[in-house]
Every structure is written in C-alpha cells, then in structure tokens.
Design a binder for this molecule. Structure first.
Ligand code: FCB
Length: 448
C-alpha cells in the first residue's frame, strides 16, 4: 500500500490505480431515437429549457475524438454504457452493426491504453420494452438476460470489467416515487416491482456474464450519499435519515451479498442467482444529504437539505450538487469496505460550467479517497463524471459536468482547467504539492 510521502510532497495512489471518466450511452451517443428518453424529451415541459439530447456528443459517429482526448490527458480507463435499444431494436432481433460499432469503440479505447468498464443498463430502455410495461413487467428479467447474454458474448473479449445496472435506486425513485422521469408514475407497488426485477436482473446478468467470461469482474453502480439528520437532536430526523440510508445503500448491497431481496415489513425473498453476485462495488458519489423529517411517503418521510458553499455559477442551481462535503466520500468508502469487495468510484463530479469550483472540489475528494486507501480501504479506481459536457437528463444541457466543455451545436471541445489538473494526477498516479499550489492553494495545509 502506498503511503503519504510527506517528504516527497505528494499523495501517491496504489500502483495500477485506474483513472478515467464515466459516461452513459444516451447522454453522449446522439440520435438515440429508439428509447423512452428520446420520446420523453419530445414532450413540452419535461426537460429544462426544452432541451433535447439531439446529437449529444456525437459519439455514435465519432466517439474517437474524445478517446483521443482521454489518451492525451493521460487517462488509463473509461466507463461507458451500451444502449440496449440499439443492440436489440425489436424484441429478440439483434443488430450486428450496433455490436460492430461497440466493438470498434472498445477496441478504440484499448488501442489508446484505456481499460474499458461497461454498463449494460444506464436508465434507458428500448421502446418495445417500455410498451410491454418496462421494468414493472416480470418478463423484463428474461429480456435483460437475453440482451446481456448476447452482448457479453459479442464483447467480452474486449472488456473484463462490467456493471449490470447503473443506480437502480435512482431509476426507481425518479420514475415511480417522485414521478419526474419516465414513466412518471407515483406508485409504491410499481416501485417495489421495479426494485425486485432490477435486483433479479442484476443477479441473472451477473451469472450470464460469468458464464461467457469466467474471469470477468462484474458489479453494479450504487448512488451513495451520507444521509445525516438535519437536526441530530431530533428523533424523527434521525429516523428519516436512517430510513433513507437503509433504502439507498443497505438493501441493495446486502441483496447482492446474501441473495435476499428485502421488502418492507421484514419480508425477504431469496434468489440463488443473486447470492454473492458482486465482484466489486461501484459507488457514484455526489453529495451528502441532511435529512429533515416530513410526514410525506413520497419523500420517504424525509426532505433533503444542503448547505451550499461558495458561489455557484451554474445559474440558480442550489440543490443536490451545491454542497462541498468531501469527507462524506471518505466515510462512505469506509462503510462499504466492510463488505471486503474491491471498490471503484464509478462517478463523482459536479456541475460547474466555468470551472471555478471543480479544481478544489476534485482535489478535496481525491484527498479523502487517498486517506481512505491509506486506512486500508480497497479502492481500485476513480471515474470522474464526466468527460465532455453531456445531456444531463431532466436538466438537459443546463448542468455542465465535463472536464471538457462542449458546445453541442458546433461540437467544439475546449478543455477546462480541471482537465489539465486531472491529467497530471492520472499521469503521476499522485497528487503533487505543486499541483495543489497551482490549482487550490487554500487546500495546502489540509493535504500536506
Ligand atoms: C448520476 C447518473 C449520471 C449523471 C450524474 C450527474 O446519477 O448516473 O448519468 O446524470 O448523475
């Protein structure tokens, strides 16, 4: 294990540590007309400012522009996702041209020294699946199995790091609890059905990938937050925070460990395929949440609050991404490390179009990650969200998470200062004192 080398003035990461960025198909590929998000975007009032994904970052035609940049900036990995609606445009019919494109992309990453990590499901579904009832339909598990088996067979010679499903909790919460993403339902029963099918699909997906590629490593990406009571003296706030924490973390990871899907009121359902179905744990970390009790089941009895710090330049955004709390990343990594599985930070980033916060933010989080590794936590890689600005779901082009600024009209790319800073960290596999002096001198005394 590498240690802090104070005398060398750098924070070194373990040898072989993976440094990269994360993306998802719909957010970057462009012209994904055959999924439910495309359809959703066409409806007025659904996306900020009426934005649409459109050409996105034009990856379907030319992801290689960004792969070149990733190589140029010293990344050694990239996390991307497959678009189910391209691979299986109608039920049971697979599109070889789509697979060829993905093969070219994975090969392109590898040629440039970037190890691929690939997600099978990142929020989008083929329209045909949506019309059959989407993730509420129990058959989705078999459909997912068929898709994963096919794609894993076709691609597993080019990739050995897989995620079955990205943030199942967010998918359920946005689509069935808050009802603000497709299919825009507010239904506890629907939410439970989707939760059950996603866990089953994860387990079966895990088995499918291993059947084709026994040496592959398979996990899933969890959205993690450190839910804390807004008022630690309030019993109700504490209960609400604990409930969120249980629902957000515990039920998902535990299910993939012991195979038991946990429903409310202590009802468990065991699935053999789900038991021990995660080789590693992917953590998507953005912020800490302060939870205040509210007697509203749609909020899961707690409303989240944030303590914005600094002046946020991404106009009017004071919500979930506004709090700077990097020590929460350290805490969550420690908490998840008790499962004794390798950990990857599969997403971490913030919207900041003029990049006046990101350098400090990034250094602060990587410092906390480094501390966790020093404490013995088995963290293997870090994927910044994201590489180029991309289509940010309901917020459209309004939130800019990229290391690289993108003008979606002209497809012009312009690296932000953070891209250069991150590049030096990736190349050196370390945070050097001089880098902190240059980008966030206010952190010097904390880091060294
Ligand atoms: C995560 C999603 C990802 C992106 C970031 C900002 O919840 O997985 O697609 O939207 O948030």
């Amino acid at each position: 294990m590498n240690q802090t080398n104070n005398h060398q003035q750098k924070l070194r990461f373990p040898d072989g540590f993976l440094w990269g960025a994360a993306t998802s198909s719909h957010q970057v590929e462009g012209d994904n007309t055959n999924n439910q998000w495309w359809e959703f975007e066409q409806r007025p009032g659904k996306i900020w400012h009426g934005d649409r994904s459109g050409l996105a970052c034009n990856w379907w035609c030319n992801a290689e522009v960004d792969f070149d940049l990733m190589q140029h900036f010293g990344h050694n990995t990239h996390r991307m996702s497959l678009e189910w609606s391209r691979i299986e445009p109608t039920p049971g019919r697979f599109d070889h041209a789509a697979i060829d494109r993905y093969r070219a992309m994975l090969d392109g990453l590898r040629q440039r020294g970037l190890k691929p990590m690939v997600t099978f499901h990142h929020f989008t579904n083929p329209l045909w699946l949506e019309q059959l009832g989407g993730w509420e339909n129990p058959d989705v598990v078999t459909y997912f199995q068929r898709y994963v088996r096919y794609a894993a067979r076709e691609l597993s010679d080019l990739c050995d790091l897989w995620l079955t499903i990205n943030e199942p909790l967010v998918y359920v919460a946005q689509g069935w609890v808050r009802g603000i993403w497709p299919p825009e339902k507010i239904s506890a029963l629907g939410a439970l059905r989707v939760f059950r099918h996603m866990m089953q699909a994860h387990g079966i997906g895990y088995q499918m990938i291993h059947a084709v590629a026994p040496a592959a490593k398979v996990g899933f990406a969890m959205p993690v937050r450190v839910f804390q009571p807004a008022n630690p003296d309030s019993w109700l706030d504490r209960k609400a925070a604990n409930l969120k924490r249980y629902l957000a973390e515990h039920v998902w990871i535990m299910s993939a460990v012991d195979g038991k899907i946990r429903f409310p009121f202590g009802f468990d359902e065991y699935h053999r395929t789900l038991e021990d179905s995660t080789d590693f744990i992917g953590l998507n970390f953005y912020t800490r949440d302060l939870v205040r009790f509210r007697p509203d089941p749609r909020l899961l009895f707690g409303e989240e609050h944030y303590h914005p710090q600094g002046e946020y330049s991404d106009s009017g955004w004071r919500g979930v991404y506004s709090e700077y709390a990097p020590q929460a990343l350290n805490q969550i990594v420690h908490e998840v490390n008790v499962f004794h599985k390798p950990i990857y930070i599969t997403e971490n980033g913030l919207p900041d179009h003029d990049d006046d916060q990101r350098p400090r933010w990034l250094l602060g989080h990587l410092h906390q990650l480094h501390r966790a590794i020093q404490d013995g936590c088995d963290v293997r890689g870090y994927y910044h969200w994201t590489f180029t600005d991309n289509f940010e779901w309901s917020e459209g082009w309004g939130l800019r998470f990229g290391l690289i600024e993108l003008d979606p009209q002209t497809q012009q790319r312009r690296p932000r200062p953070s891209a250069y800073m991150y590049s030096q960290i990736a190349r050196n596999n370390a945070i050097e004192r001089s880098l902190v002096e240059q980008y966030a001198p206010e952190l010097l005394s904390l880091l060294f």
